[in-house]
Design a protein around this ligand. Structure first.
Ligand code: UT7
Length: 328
């Protein structure tokens, strides 16, 4: 018997209205449009409005994906939100989205895998769908990094942006859908990219044994080197597992961390630039939201055709990384 695969039946994304350009950043920190463009490829990023929260971005992206899929919120069995900038420490942002959508039947939870969150989420959604425990899953990547970056730290604040992307997942055809998910973690590297936030190492009463810092901490250069190597390894692993070569990939949709990272990865994998989806210039690094936003933009602009082979890869805090291969 042929296996029924998990298919993406709808995509949606939402970007806040406010645009922060490199010229704006020049007025805030000691940087230049030239430095940011050359080192990252980023020209502008979106910033959530006052009173606009991660759950709001997530809900809007979700509505657009549900409309495209023709799925009503009450049909959903499961809602997963991948985020490291949720509205609260808890409850999960997914609970707030479930309420906003009035998706009464769905159970909902968040996952924390930083920039790899959407790929980790695809793997989880796929497992529920294959097991038959869920028939319709809403997966969202949503971030408001503008609220956790230090706007005085030029090493991080130029990189990140806010946004959300969503996908509706259902069990579909035999000849299309998710082909494989390869996920990895290297927990020893957490100090290279993290946010202390409000955790057990930073008690609410302030009596922690480590100095508290509310902002994103990143050793950018160290992260960069490991990211390129790991993204290539995961991409190759996915191709080998599916007995495919780089020439079989119609579109690479990478996590939009930095233009140099995604160009270096594509080059090493042997995927030409015209088959790589890039929007980092307009949205910056939106962490877990980055792949679903890029996927939605590519899909809506007609770049994704039925039968196309898509390779998605991501790297982020944890360290976490991975690659997902699917046939559209
Ligand atoms: O989302 C997944 C996880 N995150 C990533 O994948 C991010 C990976 N890392 C990066 O994208 C890059 O490392 C950055 C864009 C963050 C930094 O680029 P870099 O080429 O690695 O620069 P660097 O950190 O090695 O810094 C080089 C120089 C330093 O000056 P000195 O010490 O050479 O005098 C920095 O102080 O550039 C300086 N610098 C800046 N100058 C102007 C750092 N940030 C800035 C800035 N404007 N914004």
């Amino acid at each position: 018997m042929m296996m029924k695969r998990t298919c993406i039946t709808g995509t949606g994304s939402y970007l806040p209205e406010k645009i922060l350009t490199n010229a704006d950043l020049e007025k805030m920190v000691d940087t230049s449009d030239e430095w940011i463009t050359t080192r990252t490829g980023i020209r502008e990023r979106r910033i959530a409005a006052e009173g606009e929260h991660t759950s709001d971005l997530a809900t809007e992206a979700a509505r657009r994906a549900l409309t495209m899929a023709g799925v009503a919120p009450e049909e959903l069995d499961l809602i997963i939100v991948a985020t490291v900038t949720g509205d609260f420490s808890w409850p999960a942002t997914a609970c707030l989205v479930q309420h906003n959508l009035q998706a009464k039947r769905a159970f909902a939870f968040d996952i924390s895998a930083a920039c790899s969150g959407f790929l980790y989420g695809l793997s989880i959604a796929d497992s529920y769908l294959r097991a038959g425990t869920a028939k319709k899953v809403l997966l969202i990547g949503a971030e408001v990094f503008s609220r956790i970056v230090d706007w005085k730290d030029r090493g991080t604040c130029i990189l990140f942006g806010d946004g959300a992307g969503a996908a509706v997942l259902e069990t579909g055809g035999e000849d299309r859908g998710l082909l494989s998910c390869h996920l990895h973690t290297e927990g020893g590297c957490w100090p290279l990219l993290y946010q202390m936030g409000q955790g057990s190492r930073n008690p609410a009463d302030g009596g922690g044994c480590e100095p508290s810092n509310p902002f994103v901490q990143m050793q950018g250069n160290e992260v960069f080197k490991v990211a390129v190597r790991s993204l290539c390894e995961a991409g190759e692993e996915a191709l080998v597992a599916n007995k495919m070569a780089a020439a079989d990939v119609d579109l690479l949709i990478p996590h939009q961390a930095n233009r140099r990272i995604l160009e270096a990865t594509a080059k090493r994998l042997g995927i030409p630039p015209e088959r790589v989806v890039v929007n980092v210039d307009r949205v910056g690094n939106t962490s877990a939201a980055s792949i679903p936003i890029a996927l939605d933009e590519a899909h809506r602009s007609g770049r994704v055709k039925q039968g196309d082979v898509l390779l998605l890869n991501a790297f982020g805090g944890g360290f976490t990384w991975g690659a997902v291969l699917l046939r559209w």
